[in-house]
Design a protein around this ligand. Sequence first.
Ligand SMILES: *[C@@H]1O[C@H](CO)[C@@H](O)[C@H](O)[C@H]1NC(C)=O
Ligand SMILES: *[C@@H]1O[C@H](CO)[C@@H](O)[C@H](O)[C@H]1NC(C)=O
Ligand SMILES: *[C@@H]1O[C@H](CO)[C@@H](O)[C@H](O)[C@H]1NC(C)=O
Length: 463
Amino acid sequence: MILKRQSKGGTKQQCSSRNSNSSSTSPLQTICVFQTVIVSLVLAVFLLPAEISSLENGLARTPPMGWLSWERFRCNTDCEGDPENCISENLFRTMADLVVSEGYAALGYEYINVDDCWLEKSRGPRGELVADRRRFPSGMKALADYVHAKGLKFGIYEDYGNYTCAGYPGILGFSQNDAAQFASWDVDYVKLDGCYSLPIDMDHGYPEFGRHLNATGRAMVYSCSWPVYQIYAGMNPNYSSIIQHCNLWRNYDDIQDSWASLESIIDYYGNNQDAIIPNAGPGHWNDPDMLIIGNFGLSYEQSKTQMALWAIMAAPLMMSVDLRTIRPEFKAILQNKKIIAVDQDPLGIQGRRIYKHKGIEIWSRPITPIYQTFYSYAIAFVNRRTDGTPSDVAVTLRELGLISPTGYRVEDLYEEVDYGILSPQTKIKVKVNPSGVVILRADVQPERFSKRPYNPIFYRYPN
Ligand SMILES: *[C@@H]1O[C@H](CO)[C@@H](O)[C@H](O)[C@H]1NC(C)=O
Ligand SMILES: *[C@@H]1O[C@H](CO)[C@@H](O)[C@H](O)[C@H]1NC(C)=O
Ligand SMILES: *[C@@H]1O[C@H](CO)[C@@H](O)[C@H](O)[C@H]1NC(C)=O
């Protein structure tokens, strides 16, 4: 299922013979590199979300943010041999503590989500779900209370089929009772996986469980795995139904702790963007899976790339990392306020890949503020090349689709670089590290090169 990587051809061959002897990327070469951008920016401007009817439970108006156990802690049930890292109430309490004390909560990370392996292997005498008695001795209601007392929200995991992926009881045949049980525990978020079920049944099964959640009267974010299992089965997911019933959904493979896994996800969302992007919006999001920043598999540059592209994709920001041991530079990426603000932009328009050539990609997302008919944008330049030197990319704002005659205030979201107010004709040049990213924010200006001091209130579009 992993998609082909980018061409690894040398920069030298990208352009005309004039600079074929150059061993570095000259501005001239990059002009050549960008000659096709104008074609693709038409898509960037016009392919915005259609008016769609979608789940309206008042939740997930921006992509949910929080912490989820799966990618980092998996199904470690060995609390005797590995008490600090096993799936247990202690682990979730500790992470809830750290989400608050280390400043993540103040930046918007609010859900503490349990994934698979929290259950006893069989249901209780009345068919009820029972949390593992050794690892969750206080029970799930007590854990939810603990999380709520921290000012956070509590999420839980189940599976639409007969079993969860790790072999614990699934909801099939019990869905109404299970929804009621989650509500009685004060759950705020339910991730419903799709192992041990028939993908063809999901078109009625996922909506049915959604109706049971709704009928409890407790608003719970509903995270579905419906499309990804159908895609695996060769089916074409009915997204118009999915967005009516789910707040978020997985489209593609589980993320693993590697750059190869991250690249395959980036490619999937780029290559399938026309089918995927229109489905995203406030209350309903595509989910490219967890943030793996701060674990073992990604370099610093690659971690910055994940954070930037997840923000461009309006992705849920669910960290799966050991917050006890995360290094400061990775924590700083997860806590980058400017990039979080892009992810959480109130328009909720998912961004897209607008350029891809010889290992250089440009991704663009329309964001607020809007002035007249012009959006502001977040722009990510991604270097998928492995020839270990930074690549220069030079492009005018106009080529990126930024055509407001009033200009844009442009700043770098990782580095303290403020480009000032630039006209569409201005060429900007960035240096992108191998497997790294440069992410810019370009805020449309209210008046042509205004002499007034920068003040966002002047140009916030009334809507
Ligand atoms: C689930 O279990 C029931 C009862 O054993 C069985 O009839 C059904 O085929 C199973 N469904 C799937 C999708 O495995
Ligand atoms: C249930 O669905 C209705 C109709 O979409 C919605 O207005 C309401 O907020 C939902 N309630 C809950 C608890 O999700
Ligand atoms: C997809 O779901 C919608 C809404 O539930 C339904 O009206 C439509 O018929 C479905 N389309 C297909 C191809 O099944």
